[in-house]
Design a protein around this ligand. Structure first.
Ligand code: GZL
Length: 332
């Protein structure tokens, strides 16, 4: 009798297990069968469309995660608002996507949304900017740039270029406050100021990585200060805005001007301004993350655990040495 009961319990447990695992598979299968035809569904929360860099980044993601490549990409543009990204992450969870990918607009405040994703068993890949969290199990892996190094590279150029300038007047156009790109590039400049007693940041404000706000800040600065040696712009679009303001104020700038301009991103438009001599030095921030994120997803699909952090190799361009061939060789 005992043996019969034991066998019955085992049989019940086995069938329950089979049902459960089938249920999960059914969910996935249903999910796939319902509306994804076996495609891998990627929920991607993008910061916005604030800059040439961001446009190139979105293009890279769309080109990579196409249906012909085996993916369904659900892309949500957050218009640079964290609350929209948090909503997008929760929507992706409800939609039972296979992966959540997001470029966090700022570093703080993601734990709750990522805990929901973890509870739902959906891997999270962070791309571009980074988050601050005490629990790194909340995301599977990250790929992006070393923003502090980008700042250090720009500052090294400043130290060489301005080594004989005793009193260097710097205007600092910061990116979106609290974003990794702004934090890293700002830290690079701050370290340079600490090392060079003659460096003086006469004005610092955020242009939120946009051309319009970069121009607004620069218009204000030009009304307040008559002497500026260098503008440290934390992305190309703010540099373009600064150039608009300098033109309107009949100020000369660039290689042959009174004001030097440093920029970040090295987008096609930014490098053309560097080639023309309007931007003195441009530090690359590579946006082509589509293939990099796909490589991580392929590892995960094959049961391989990716490296937690993957940094992108980047270079910098000096107006005195850049060539048209340098620009033509690049895809963004
Ligand atoms: C950098 C990226 C920044 C770019 C800006 O990886 O997050 O955001 O530097 C963009 O152009 O808006």
């Amino acid at each position: 009798m005992k043996k019969t009961i034991l066998l019955f319990i085992c049989a019940m447990m086995l069938s329950a297990f089979t049902l459960t695992s089938c249920k999960k598979d059914d969910n996935k299968a249903n999910n796939a069968a319902d509306n994804n035809e076996g495609l891998i569904v990627i929920g991607f929360s993008q910061v916005g469309a604030e800059s040439d860099w961001r446009i190139a980044n979105t293009k890279s993601m769309r080109e990579t995660f196409s249906e012909e490549n085996g993916y369904r990409l659900l892309l949500k543009d957050a218009q640079q608002k964290q609350e929209n990204q948090i909503q997008a992450i929760n929507d992706f969870i409800a939609q039972k996507v296979d992966y959540i990918v997001f470029a966090p607009v700022t570093e703080e405040g993601w734990d709750d949304a990522l805990k929901n994703a973890k509870s739902a068993g959906i891997p999270v890949i962070i791309v571009d900017r980074m988050i601050k969290t005490t629990d790194d199990s909340l995301y599977t892996c990250w790929v992006g740039s070393d923003f502090r190094n980008e700042g250090d590279v720009a500052v090294e150029w400043m130290e060489t270029t301005f080594k004989d300038v005793a009193d260097l007047k710097i205007v600092h156009l910061q990116g979106s406050l609290g974003s990794s790109a702004q934090i890293g590039r700002t830290e690079g400049l701050a370290a340079g100021v600490d090392r060079n007693s003659g460096w003086d940041v006469i004005y610092r404000a955020t242009g939120d990585f946009t051309q319009v706000k970069g121009k607004e800040v620069m218009e204000y600065v030009l009304k307040q200060y008559s002497h500026i040696d260098v503008i440290y712009c934390e992305n190309d679009n703010m540099a373009f805005g600064a150039i608009e303001a300098l033109d309107a104020a009949n100020k000369t700038y660039g290689v042959n001007g009174e004001v030097a301009i440093i920029s970040f991103d090295a987008t096609n438009a930014g490098l053309n301004e560097t080639l023309s001599g309007k931007i003195n030095y441009n530090v690359e921030c590579n946006p082509l993350h589509g293939p990099r994120v796909e490589a991580l997803i392929k590892q995960l699909e094959n049961g391989v655990t990716p490296e937690k952090l993957a940094f992108v190799e980047e270079v910098a361009f000096d107006a005195t040495t850049i060539t048209k061939a340098d620009i033509d060789a690049r895809s963004y």
